[in-house]
Design a protein around this ligand. Structure first.
Ligand SMILES: *Cc1c(COP(=O)(O)O)cnc(C)c1O
Length: 404
């Protein structure tokens, strides 16, 4: 209750669930972040893949300002034209027929899991309740999301696990085939794992997963919260495969370009249990979020951005593999897809992030001792080359540290 009389803010009254870097920013522009102590950083975190167009993108700033002066929030008891427009865009460009808007990825996951169970109820198979997920996945922090991902670190100490959730080794389709039975409702998977260390399913695996779930009458849910919205060089990662469209898909992060927006997309069939009154959200799909979301969607869903992602990703992969050859004592693997890049390290990834920060390069952590590079999708080759030069210096520092 007591607070210091000092005027400078402290973390004293912040719930201690984050181990924060001793660093704060006051403004950003594109892939640049400027700290409160006057330093400039190259941002390959981009708000953990949310700021798909970098910081302060003019089209997004304009959309926010314009809508901000008109109308922020009314409630879903009225029609919201901005929401209908973004739903139209998403459905015109994906497998989906309908969208439910949320404020976060986790809420999109909640909607997907509820939709899957409701589907089977109205389909006459109320016994189908089980949700099969994969190890190393991350679906968010709500009770359902942590149960769907099964990460013990996020489950321990929160009482009994919810029934009806299990996990298999990532990409183990033989295990999936054996696990699917007459009580299975849905399979949930990230086509490219984000927090789990940037592990990608192959295109063949995606096709096989789709065929297997379709045949078993089980819904397929993709969590494209991190790998979607252009991150892999396609609007959505599942598009890399031939015939792998899901029944339900969760989107968030770059959907709002840094503004909190999420969506659960579904086919009409998969959403048939989601009838009036069964689900809702106070803020989800509000005019302000939808205006920014539309601007972000229009700016990301262009050949220029998607081609840029492929080109810059190709450059990163080539350069990082070069660094891996030169620093086998530091880097053991380069993985991921597009601009969702994982670099698996020998030195501790958290310590490496500090060494990168010393070079004014921001990278994200990840599972399996990876650091992730998740730069804005409009990063230039010149900026990517600057990131590589800084990454190389961090590798040198890591080597020197190990020798000391
Ligand atoms: C970030 C993330 C989530 C959770 O999104 P929030 O907006 O933090 O609730 C879910 N799934 C994946 C794959 C994510 O990367």
């Amino acid at each position: 209750m007591s607070s210091p009389t000092s005027s400078s803010p402290s973390q004293q009254h912040i719930m201690g669930v984050y181990n924060r870097a001793p660093l704060a920013f006051e403004r950003g522009r594109g892939a640049r972040l400027f700290s409160t102590d006057g330093e400039e950083y190259l941002d390959c975190v981009a708000g953990i893949a949310t700021d798909g167009l970098g910081h302060a993108h003019p089209a997004l700033v304009e959309a926010l300002k314009t809508q901000g002066e008109k109308l922020w929030h009314v409630s879903n008891i009225y029609r919201i034209p901005e929401q209908e427009a973004l739903a139209d865009k998403l459905c015109a460009n994906t497998f989906a027929d309908v969208a439910f808007f949320t404020n976060s990825g986790t809420e999109a996951i909640e909607c997907a899991l509820k939709a899957a169970r409701r589907y089977h109820v109205v389909d006459g198979h109320a016994e189908r309740v089980d949700i099969v997920g994969f190890e190393g996945s991350f679906h968010g922090r709500s009770y359902a999301a942590v149960n769907a991902s099964g990460n013990p670190g996020y489950l321990d100490g929160f009482g009994p696990r919810l029934p009806g959730y299990s996990q298999l080794p990532f990409g183990d389709l033989a295990a999936l085939k054996a696990a699917i039975n007459e009580t299975t409702a849905a399979v949930i998977i990230e086509p490219v794992q984000g927090e789990g260390g940037a592990r990608a399913l192959t295109e063949a695996q995606l096709d096989e997963l789709r065929a297997m779930t379709r045949e078993a009458g089980v819904l397929l849910i993709y969590d494209e919260v991190q790998c979607g919205m252009g991150r892999t060089g396609k609007l959505f990662a599942y598009e890399w495969a031939g015939d792998a469209a899901p029944d339900i898909m969760c989107v968030a992060k770059a959907l709002g370009g840094g503004f909190p927006v999420g969506a659960c997309l579904a086919t009409t069939e998969a959403a048939k249990g989601m009838t009036v009154g069964v689900h809702g959200s106070t803020y989800g799909g509000n005019p302000l979020a939808m205006a920014v979301g539309q601007a972000a969607f229009d700016a990301i869903n262009t050949p220029e951005i998607l081609d840029n992602v492929k080109q810059v990703a190709g450059y990163f992969t080539q350069q990082l593999n070069g660094l891996k050859d030169r620093f086998p004592d530091v880097i053991v693997d380069i993985r991921g897809k597009g601009l969702l890049i994982g670099v698996k390290l020998i030195p501790n990834n958290r310590e490496f992030m500090v060494l990168a920060r010393d070079q004014k390069l921001l990278v994200a952590g990840g599972g399996d001792n990876c650091v992730r590079l998740l730069p804005p999708l409009n990063l230039t080759i010149a900026e990517a080359s600057e990131a590589i030069a800084k990454f190389e210096k961090a590798c040198e520092a890591a080597r020197a540290k190990a020798a000391a």
